[in-house]
Design a protein around this ligand. Structure first.
Ligand code: ATP
Length: 905
């Protein structure tokens, strides 16, 4: 069976012949047989593309314009005989590459772990039951169930299909979905014409079906043509790319300034060339932010990991930035704001309202009528409820040690449990009926219909779905005595509103018998012919953490909107329970259709609940919100949600109930489907953006401060207060320690109390430019001041320089503590206590400074001298004054700053 020869002909064989050839059965493989085949055929995975070798990856860290400039400087410095300086420059470059290499490795591990978390699942039949397994465990012979939005996990020969359409662009290049059926085709048919096959990696665009796996892993068509379509995601975002470009231009500018200084110093200042050149090298190393790209990458990697730990998996990295600026979230209701743990609690028939007891999905519990238990077997109509619930159903209930679990749609699981309660046959109720045909559920038509035949040859049609839809199909209703009467629409509407007002999902059931030779189900068999059985009310309580998260979002100036396929009454009740701002104002899909885009845009900001919507409406809502300049996050799960997810600024797919199509269109996947994880992701997004801003706000002024010190000395024709090699030293140690510490900064306290940042906000804001100027000026004053003070005091120039050098490092440390709290004050106990990373860095750098100041071998290399205690204390005092000045300036700015406005604050 493993030869290509035979695989190539499955499409030409009958279903029975294929099942026989792969030794499969319609009820699926047994678990031991599946395990045996898994070890024989291997995991259903495509071979991974080879990775670049470690050496190549390490060398790639030297392939950078900034590094070339530094390497050039090292070469010329060596040629001039300054071997010490040359070695220090090389040490800076190598340290930078090592940090980059290690961090890239960690970042890649983080991304790998995330890819693992996104590993696709498939539904297969095993031992006659439906199971959800990792797609990697699908083996030849497995019966695989396909639904709209799923990726086909293996090459399948279809054995069943209703309206199945599959998009096979990755194999055939054809983006229009192909209609699939089960009839064999000619053996010479091309891939695109093999209409009875579903190929691994293709996407189910509509309908449902099942097929038997005939090839897995590398033996599939996709495995044969390409191996994996390798998707390499590099750790970058628009902001980081912008910074890369900025760093490159800055380098060019610095080189130009260096050139001017060289010419000016040599021809005007008449300074010796070698000394001058060294100063210019010192200037370049001081001013070029060579460590910045690596630190920004680390910041992103830290953010991605933090989000993944909290169930928010970033699929596209730019989303991290976008998440930080989200101003409105459009969320699904079921499963996101609510638990999606459904239970039927009420049944409404034409003449009774029953209440249902029970626990979770356990198919046992009492049926009550007016507070008294009833014997369901005596209530003919209840059996019809049970039959419709059990048969019009694709879910399965399994009993585990921890209780009953659903495989499939939780709502259908709840209906299965109800059928078990009524029939008292547990999960096995009506298992002996055979399904002949199906009209699968579709969010657009909102019902599901099935045609069954029992052992005596009776044929029945059962339908369940949104009540309006089902009522429209029925001309008569069934009463408890078994008779039928004309539909009393007002009665049902009232029942429906009553159930919905309690926040319960309402579903209607209908059934009818049909001719035994009826084998194909069409919509024409339903319309006007069905007999209404009754209504069902299902509770699906809100998630308590979602209620808290909604409040947190409101506090952060972020609007929350609920977009649901559910009934308006149910939606409004749940909206009230989770605390949306305008729960009473509901627009339905029909309302939206009656509105023009302009009319919708006019009401969209103040309307929070959208009910009975179809996926297409989501796209209009995103566009309407974006027309107000809002940054929109939109959740989705179905195949039809993909366009809205793509259009939204941050598309968020559900990890559990989401289809592969939705996940692939999204930027973020919620592993737990929980609204609270969106709030967490936004908080992390804001933190990452803040940290990127902090890294930049620390690096640029520090570099600028060092550079201005050198430039000023050169222009004034003074001796340098800090030598080139000392500047190199400072950059080497601070680059490794202080810069990176900021990448690990935790979330600031008021992060979720601020209005969202405007998506258009530039990185180099006026405030940041001002900060760079201020800090540069203070650095200049302090370093020159301390140098002049030391010279005046009669210290030797080398000691004066050592004092200036230490002043520079102390200023950088104080600047770091200032930058850690860009929005609040740095003068709280918490701010002073810092984080572990910060303190490790501060201790490391202090030890390094002591070493360079007091250890004789290092004194020789760097031309330093031991600093007396008093001067040492003075240096720290200068640092403290510097801190006080910039902190006071920040407080003044905070007081006078206009607070930003959000339409949702
Ligand atoms: P939300 O948008 O809040 O997540 P949802 O996605 O569950 O809600 P849909 O799946 O679009 O909403 O369902 C809309 C309506 O269709 C439901 O209110 C219900 O009446 C009906 N419905 C849902 N699932 C089924 C099903 N499997 N069979 C029949 N009808 C269904």
């Amino acid at each position: 069976m493993s030869t290509n020869e035979r695989e190539a002909h499955y499409h030409a064989m009958s279903v029975e012949a294929v099942l026989a050839a792969v030794e499969a059965h319609a009820s699926g493989l047994s678990a031991p047989e599946a395990a045996r085949r898994l070890s024989r055929y291997g995991a259903n995975r495509l071979p991974e593309p080879p990775r670049r070798s470690a050496i190549l990856r390490f060398l790639s860290h030297f392939h950078n314009f900034l590094i070339y400039v530094l390497l050039g400087a090292a070469a010329i410095t060596a040629a001039l005989g300054h071997l010490v300086d040359s070695s220090v420059i090389l040490a800076v470059v190598i340290a930078n590459a090592i940090i980059g290499f290690i961090q890239e490795g960690r970042a890649e591990q983080a991304m790998d772990a995330i890819r693992q978390m996104l590993a696709p699942k498939s539904s297969v039949m095993r031992d006659g039951e439906r199971h959800s397994i990792d797609s990697a465990s699908v083996v030849p012979g497995d019966i695989v169930l396909l639904e709209a939005g799923e990726r086909v996990p293996a090459d399948l020969r279809l054995v069943e299909g209703t309206g199945l359409r599959i998009e096979e662009a990755i194999l055939t290049g054809e983006s229009v979905p192909t209609d699939k059926e089960t009839k064999p085709v000619a053996s010479g048919a091309m891939i695109g014409d093999r209409s009875c096959m579903a190929f691994s990696g293709t996407l189910v665009a509509g309908g449902a079906g099942r097929g038997v796996a005939v090839a897995t892993g590398a033996s599939t068509e996709i495995g044969r043509i390409s191996g994996m379509l390798s998707q390499v995601e590099t750790l970058t975002t628009p902001l980081v790319r912008q910074m890369d470009g900025f760093a490159r231009w800055l380098t060019i500018l610095i080189l130009l300034i260096g050139g001017v200084l060289l010419v000016y110093g040599y021809f005007v200042g008449h300074l010796p060339f070698a000394e001058l050149f060294m100063s210019v090298v010192g200037l370049s190393v001081a001013a070029i932010p060579e460590g910045l790209p690596a630190v920004l990458t680390i910041t992103l990697a830290v953010g991605v990991q933090a989000m993944a730990r909290r169930n928010a998996i970033v699929r596209r990295l730019p989303a991290i930035e976008t998440l930080g600026s989200v101003s409105v979230i459009c969320s699904d209701k079921t499963g996101t704001l609510t638990r999606n743990e459904m239970m039927v609690t009420a049944l409404a028939s034409a003449d009774h309202i029953y209440s249902i007891a029970g626990d979770g999905y356990a198919p046992e519990g009492a049926i009550r009528l007016a507070d008294a238990d009833v014997d369901p077997v005596e209530h003919e109509l209840l059996l019809e409820f049970a039959r419709t619930c059990a048969l019009c159903n694709d879910a399965a209930l399994h009993s585990h040690d921890e209780g009953w679990k659903v495989v499939g749609d939780p709502m259908e699981g709840a209906l299965k449990a109800l059928a078990g309660k009524i029939t008292r046959q547990g999960a096995a109720a009506f298992a002996d009926w055979t399904r002949t045909d199906t009209i699968p559920f579709d969010a657009k038509h909102r019902y599901m219909a099935v045609l069954h035949h029992d052992h005596e040859g009776h044929a029945w049609i059962h339908v369940k779905g949104a009540p309006e839809r089902i009522l429209a199909m029925c001309s008569v209703q069934r009463t408890s005595d078994g008779s039928t009467h004309a539909i009393d629409a007002d009665y049902w509407r009232k029942r429906m509103d009553d159930i919905a007002a309690q926040g319960q999902r309402v579903l209607a059931l209908a059934a009818r018998s049909t001719a035994p030779d009826h084998v194909v189900l069409n919509t024409a068999d339903l319309d006007g012919h069905m007999v209404l059985v009754g209504l069902i009310g299902l509770i699906d309580p809100p998630r308590p953490e979602a209620i808290a998260a909604v409040a947190e979002c409101h506090g952060a100036g972020i609007g929350v909107k609920m977009i649901t396929g559910d009934h308006a009454g149910t939606a409004a009740a749940i909206a009230r329970q989770v605390g949306l701002q305008h729960p009473g104002k509901v627009l339905t899909g029909a309302d939206l259709e009656a509105m023009s885009d302009a009319e919708l845009a006019a009401v969209v900001v103040d309307t929070d609940v959208y009910a009975r919507t179809s996926p297409e409406h989501k796209l209009r809502l995103v566009t309407a919100l974006q027309s107000h300049g809002l940054t929109v996050a939109m959740t989705g799960d179905g195949v039809n949600d993909a366009p809205a997810l793509k259009r939204a600024d941050a598309g968020i797919a559900m990890g559990q109930k989401g289809s592969e199509a939705a996940k692939e269109a999204s930027d973020l996947v919620l592993a737990d489907d929980n609204f609270a994880s969106i709030a967490v992701a936004i908080r992390e997004g804001r933190t990452v953006y803040d940290n990127i801003k902090k890294v930049i706000s620390w690096t640029l002024p520090t570099n600028a401060g060092e550079a201005t010190t050198i430039i000023t000395a050169l222009f004034l024709g003074m001796a340098l207060p800090v030598t080139a090699v000392q500047i190199l030293w400072v950059n080497l140690i601070t680059g490794i320690t202080l810069g990176i510490a900021l990448a690990f900064e935790p979330t600031e306290e008021d992060t979720m109390k601020r209005a969202p940042r405007s998506g258009k906000e530039p990185l180099l804001t006026g405030a940041l430019i001002w900060h760079i100027i201020l800090v540069s000026a203070l650095f200049l004053a302090a370093v020159f001041g301390m140098y002049t003070y030391a010279i005046d005091k009669g210290h030797a120039p080398d000691l004066a320089r050592t004092i200036a050098l230490n002043t520079l490092v102390v200023l950088e440390i104080f600047h770091l503590f200032f930058i850690r709290n860009i929005y609040g004050t740095s003068l709280t106990l918490k701010a002073v206590r810092g984080t572990r990373v910060v303190w490790i860095c501060v201790i490391a750098i202090t030890l390094a400074q002591f070493a360079v100041t007091y250890l004789p071998p290092l004194q020789q290399v760097f031309g330093t001298q031991p600093v007396p205690l008093f001067d040492g204390m003075l240096i720290v005092a200068v640092g403290a004054v510097f801190f006080a000045v910039i902190e006071a300036e920040k407080q003044l700015r905070i007081v006078f700053q206009r607070t930003e406005q959000s339409p949702y604050s």
